[in-house]
Design a binder for this molecule. Structure first.
Ligand code: PA5
Length: 327
C-alpha cells in the first residue's frame, strides 16, 4: 500500500495536466461537498482552503441529508471514490431535486452511471487504489474545476508549486513517518491527535488514516476550542494510557503557542508526546505534507503490528448491510 502514497506525485501531475479540462458555468452562492470517509475528507480540505484563501463558502456533508438552505443557487460536489457508497448516492438523488448544479467525482460505480444517465458533469479519478489514497487526485480535480469556472480556491500556479514542494520532501516525509510509527508503537495507549485551527481537517484525516490503515482508535483535540472543554477533561481522566502527537504550523505564532500549552498539560498527565512541525509555505502544501507523512506512518504502523493496511473489513461488513439499515 506504501506505493499508493509514494504515487501521490503522479496523482498531482495528472491533476495539473487536466487542470482546465472541466468547467461549470453559473454564479454560485456556496459549495456543498458530500462524501464519506476518504472521499468526504476532500470537502474538509476544500473548506479549510477556502476559509484561508478567500473563496466561496464550502460546507461538507458526511451523511445523506441535504441541508435545508441548499437550492438552485448552490453548487453540489458529490464525491465517492467507488461511486457506490449509499449515503452519497442518497445525497446525489436529493440534491438534484433541490435544483442545485451538481458535479460527480468518482473512479467508477453507480454514481458514474447516474451522472452519465442524468447528463451531470463527471470528473473521473484514478481507478483501482484505496479511496483514501486518492486524496490528491480528488482534491486537484475539484480545485482545477473551480479555478477553470472562475470560482478559484487555489490557482494552478499555487497547485504547481505545491507539487514541486512535495517532490522535494518525499524522502524526508518517509523518514519522519517511520519515526512516528515507532513512537506510537513503543508507547501504545490511546492516540491523541492534537493541533490548532485551521488544521482540524488534517487532524481528522490523520485520525481516519490511523483508524483504517493501522486499526486503532484515535482522539482528535484542536485548540483554541480545546481550551474551552477538553482541557477540563484532563483534570481528572480515568487511569488510561495515552500517547499524544502534536501537529503545528511553525509560521503560525498563536497556533504554535496554543499547541505548546496543550503539550504542557499532556506532560503534566505523564503522556508521551511527539511534535510534528508542518513544512510548506501555503496551507495546501502543509495539508499535503501532513497527509503524506501520516499516511505513510499509518501504513508503517500496520506493518509493525503485522496487519494489512489495505483491508478495512469492518467497513466492508457495514456496506453489506447498509441497504437494510436505510430501507
Ligand atoms: O478510505 C476508505 O476506504 C473509506 O474511508 C471510504 O472512502 C468510505 O468507505 C467511502 O467510500 P467511497 O470513498 O468509495 O465513497
Amino acid at each position: 500500500m506504501e506505493e499508493y502514497y509514494l504515487g501521490w506525485l503522479n496523482q498531482l501531475e495528472d491533476g495539473l495536466k487536466h487542470w482546465s479540462d472541466w468547467s461549470i458555468s453559473g454564479v454560485f452562492r456556496g459549495i456543498i461537498v458530500a462524501g464519506m470517509g476518504g472521499s468526504g475528507i476532500v470537502g474538509d480540505y476544500l473548506s479549510a482552503l477556502s476559509l484561508v484563501n478567500g473563496g466561496l463558502p464550502v460546507i461538507t456533508v458526511k451523511h445523506y441529508m441535504v441541508p435545508g438552505f441548499v437550492g438552485s443557487s448552490d453548487l453540489a460536489v458529490v464525491i465517492s471514490y467507488s461511486g457506490n457508497t449509499l449515503e452519497t448516492r442518497l445525497f446525489y438523488e436529493s440534491v438534484r431535486k433541490r435544483g442545485a448544479a451538481v458535479v460527480v467525482v468518482s473512479s467508477d460505480g453507480l454514481l458514474e452511471e447516474y451522472a452519465r444517465r442524468d447528463n451531470v458533469l463527471f470528473l473521473p479519478v484514478v481507478k483501482g487504489i484505496a479511496p483514501r489514497t486518492a486524496l490528491p487526485h480528488m482534491l486537484y480535480r475539484i480545485l482545477g474545476l473551480l479555478d477553470s469556472s472562475g470560482i478559484s480556491i487555489v490557482s494552478r500556479d499555487k497547485a504547481k508549486r505545491a507539487y514541486d514542494f512535495l517532490t522535494g520532501v518525499m524522502e524526508e516525509a518517509t523518514d519522519k513517518a517511520y519515526d512516528i510509527a515507532s513512537f506510537i508503537h513503543e508507547n501504545k495507549g490511546l492516540l491523541i491527535l492534537a493541533t490548532h485551527s485551521p488544521l482540524e481537517p488534517l487532524a481528522w484525516r490523520v485520525k481516519n488514516e490511523f483508524n483504517e490503515n493501522s486499526k486503532i482508535p484515535v482522539k482528535v483535540e484542536a485548540a483554541p476550542e480545546w481550551m474551552h472543554n477538553d482541557i477540563v477533561g484532563w483534570e481528572k481522566p480515568y487511569e488510561n494510557k495515552y500517547t499524544a502527537i502534536l501537529v503545528s504550523d511553525p509560521s503560525d505564532r498563536v497556533g504554535s503557542r496554543l499547541v505548546d500549552y496543550m503539550e504542557k498539560i499532556y506532560k503534566e498527565n505523564s503522556i508521551p508526546t511527539y511534535r510534528l512541525l508542518l513544512k510548506g509555505e501555503t496551507l495546501l502544501e502543509k495539508l499535503l505534507y501532513g497527509s503524506l507523512v501520516f499516511g505513510l506512518a499509518s501504513v508503517r504502523l500496520a506493518r509493525i503490528r503485522g496487519l494489512d493496511p489495505l483491508k478495512t473489513t469492518s467497513i466492508v461488513e457495514y456496506k453489506k448491510v447498509v441497504d437494510s439499515i436505510f430501507k
